[in-house]
Design a protein around this ligand. Structure first.
Ligand code: SF4
Length: 356
């Protein structure tokens, strides 16, 4: 979830120009603090940080820079987090700041294909492959039974088995994003760093998943994904999948993660350029329960709290989170800081250019 009420309140007041230099940092910080929701918004829970891919755009890929212990989140903690988020989302509904409000009148800055899921739902991924988590189905089932917010995640076609997809459809997972990343084994390897023995088998599996969705009559939104990066076969991918009923083509903008080359950004891609407001409007939870500001903190460099010892609401209100926002807005980070190594930071010293 993203604090979309914040966007609603500040859009007219210049959220688009927040970091363009026309305002003093103090002014921006005050605007954030005055308009930030008092209720926690959780964007992602990393159910596992296990991954078998070597993605070129990921610091956990090749080379793998992640030094955290590989582990799946404990069931008790996961249930507790879901319960807390469900309670908070009910409270947002009561205050007219919930999902229904977003769907009725979404702030223009938060409208993109699939944004209803991204903004008002929970994502079960961070720096791991959700299907490598043996408890994945139980977790989705728990959310569907105990919460009313949408749940989604993405995984590669290599990891997404047909049987698992069928179970996810039966559980009414809200959105399943399957990453094909191209039309050939070479395309897939260029992005994911892994050679697929028979890409035709993967394509057939994707068609079988689409058919299973149709047979089961599930409401799950099913996306096939291609990342928008240099040399991506966007035209042929759209041609291949655009006409297939029951599946949506999702062209995902390239995210300029820290510590990886950014020369794969396509010309004219302005989606992720120096625009980050993520830590101002949401938090992410690592598989060990610690809390980080965003989807890019792969090693837990900015630990803002620990859900094994604090509630999500306590963390959201904590001085540590407020202070992070202050330092983020005033650019008080060292040049070696994670944000400065990320192409999404408003004051990034590297930007969306090759790291060299
Ligand atoms: S700029 Fe900082 S907070 Fe924003 S995504 Fe990058 S690392 Fe995360």
């Amino acid at each position: 979830m993203i604090d979309h009420a914040f966007y609603r309140k500040t859009e007219e007041d210049g959220i688009r120009t927040m970091f363009d230099g026309s305002r003093k940092p103090d002014e921006v910080f005050n605007m954030v603090m005055e308009n930030r929701s008092p209720l926690a918004s959780i964007d992602q829970i990393e159910t596992t940080n296990a991954c078998n891919m070597k993605c070129v755009m990921c610091p956990r890929g090749k080379p793998n820079l992640m030094t955290r212990k590989v582990q799946a989140m404990g069931t008790e903690l996961f249930h507790s987090l879901v319960d807390q988020i469900a309670d908070t989302e009910r409270e947002k509904d009561a205050r007219d700041e919930g999902r229904a409000t977003f769907l009725r009148d979404p702030p223009p800055s938060l409208v993109w294909p699939g944004s209803a899921y991204d903004v008002t739902g929970l994502r079960l991924h961070h720096f791991g492959s959700p299907t490598l988590d043996p408890k994945l189905l139980e977790r989705v089932g728990y959310i569907k039974e105990h919460a009313s917010f949408p749940v989604q995640f993405s995984d590669t076609i290599v990891n997404m088995q047909l049987d698992t997809a069928r179970e996810l459809f039966r559980l009414q997972l809200d959105r399943l994003i399957v990453c094909l990343d191209g039309t050939t084994a070479e395309d897939f390897e260029r992005v994911r760093g892994v050679r697929v023995h028979s890409f035709d088998t993967m394509i057939q599996r994707m068609h079988d998943i689409v058919e299973a969705k149709s047979v089961l009559g599930t409401e799950t939104k099913l996306d096939v994904q291609l990342i928008q990066m240099a040399n991506a076969p966007e035209v042929s991918f759209v041609q291949d999948w655009g006409a297939v009923p029951g599946v949506h083509v999702h062209i995902k903008p390239f995210f300029p993660y820290p510590d990886v080359p950014h020369d794969l950004v396509t010309e004219g891609d302005t989606v992720f350029q120096h625009d980050c407001r993520i830590p101002l409007t949401s938090l992410t939870i690592l598989s060990d329960g610690r809390v980080v500001p965003c989807n890019a903190d792969y090693n837990g460099e900015h630990i803002l709290g620990d859900t094994r010892e604090q509630t999500l609401q306590q963390i959201w209100e904590s001085e540590r989170v407020i202070d992070f926002c202050r330092r983020f807005i005033h650019d008080l980070f060292e040049r070696t800081n994670l944000c400065h190594r990320c192409g999404f930071y408003p004051y990034s010293s590297i930007g969306n250019t090759p790291l060299g």
